[in-house]
Design a protein around this ligand. Structure first.
Ligand code: ZN
Length: 421
């Protein structure tokens, strides 16, 4: 059964084809052929004939999670410095930790542990910031590729306002980035993404070069946007000619000219939200991080209502866990807090939050993140305790999202292949 990419699963199936509803089947059937989902049905379909059956009776089968913003090197500083806000936390912790990845042996020591944990948490697709170091970033990509999970990985660019050990020479940074793109652009699972850290750490020359690379190779972009009032003020001082924070990225071809992920997007005016909605830019909501660094309460409902594409991220080490159900619950909690002060911002329902962390995020990688016909067979099998067996499948999922842990995730598949140790 292991690593057989054509088979039939029989168990409790649940997914969100759209954000407003779950589809669930008790003792349903899911046919997987050559790594793709062929069908999900209540009765055993004719197409199941001749395929091995994987008995998942009494367990949940759901799409794998998509974590669209996280920093792999910060895995080792999770939980540290949480008394700080963003800019002091970066100076006090992150900018002291990331230089360690100049040593490839250190990357070889840390990154496998990170990738194993992310996969064990049920994340099958991710968009990852590495560090400025090309060799360590290649090592991270090798580990992800070997594991068989789907990821966009960015060699981070920083050439100003950074610790000396993290300040690159602009031309060299661009050369390294181009070499990294050329090495990984055709890999089936692990792909490059242009990754200026955020506006304060990159010069206009760097952004000009990165915008050209995004266009030349048609690769996506990821960065941070409007996370913290101090950061926004700093951007205003650095680029006074640009109307908004996002205008800086846009001017250099780094804001939706190719698909773009912007983490946080907390402090945005109605006009900025409208601009975003008109572009191929995804807002990555990172609720745990936003609380830990006292960054703010993202007006998620406003962004959704305006038509902005919203996805979810763990943002470790601003966030403190790679386990995406934690982020699903935090997103709902933050939206409920906002709805108390702003009744017009309706709180997020579980189906919506689950959709953001599966199908909405999976879309960035193609047809992944749902259990619909034609989608990649990226899914999880989780335990359901005996005392919850009498519940509906939707209730079993509710229990798992709120009370489950990574230990309840028994198996993780990408393209129909087992990826969990
Ligand atoms: Zn981040």
């Amino acid at each position: 059964m292991e690593n057989h990419d054509s088979f039939v699963l029989h168990g409790n199936i649940i997914y969100t084809p759209d954000k407003n509803k779950f589809i669930s089947l008790k003792d349903g059937w899911m046919v997987v052929e050559k790594g793709k989902i062929i069908s999900v049905s209540a009765e055993k379909p004719a197409s199941a004939a001749g395929l091995p059956i994987k008995d998942c009776k009494g367990k949940l089968i759901m799409p794998g999670f998509a974590d669209l913003h996280l920093h792999a090197p910060q895995f080792i500083q999770i939980g540290m410095g949480m008394d700080y806000k963003l800019l002091d936390w970066l100076d006090g912790y992150t900018f002291k930790e990331e230089p360690k990845f100049a040593d490839p042996d250190y990357a070889r020591q840390i990154y496998p542990i990170f990738v194993d944990e992310m996969t064990a948490c049920g994340t099958t697709s991710s968009a990852i910031f590495a560090t400025i170091h090309k060799e360590s970033t290649d090592i991270l990509c090798d580990i992800l590729a070997q594991k068989g999970v789907r990821a966009y990985v960015g060699k981070v660019n920083m050439d100003t306002n950074s610790a000396p050990a993290l300040t690159e020479e602009t031309a060299k940074s661009l050369q390294d980035t181009e070499a990294f793109i050329e090495k990984w652009q055709n890999h089936p699972l692990v792909r490059p993404i242009i990754t200026p850290r955020f506006v304060p750490s990159v010069t206009a020359d760097m952004m000009t070069g990165l915008g050209k690379l995004a266009e030349k190779y048609q690769v996506p972009v990821q960065s941070h946007l409007s996370e913290n009032p101090g950061e926004i003020q700093l951007v205003k001082e650095l680029f006074p000619q640009d109307k908004y924070y996002m205008s800086v990225y846009d001017r250099f071809g780094l804001f939706g000219q190719t698909p773009t992920l912007m983490a946080h997007c907390i402090h945005l005016s109605a006009e900025e939200i409208a601009i975003m909605a008109g572009k191929n830019v995804y807002a990555v909501h990172c609720p745990a991080s936003n609380l830990n660094l006292t960054s703010g309460l993202m007006p998620l409902r406003k962004l959704l209502d305006a038509g902005v594409k919203v996805v979810m991220g763990s943002d470790i080490g601003g966030g403190h866990t790679l386990y995406m159900p934690h982020e699903i619950v935090r997103a709902i909690e933050i939206s409920k807090i906002r709805s108390i002060e702003h009744p017009e911002e309706k709180a997020l329902r579980l189906s919506e939050a689950f959709y953001l962390a599966t199908k909405a995020g999976g879309e960035f990688f193609g047809q992944t993140g749902s259990l619909e016909t034609g989608y990649s067979a990226d899914f999880l099998i989780t335990d359901v305790p005996d005392f919850q067996q009498g519940r509906t499948v939707e209730e079993q999922l509710q229990y798992f999202i709120y009370h489950g842990t990574a230990q309840d995730i028994r198996e993780v598949y990408v393209n129909g292949l087992s990826v969990k140790n």
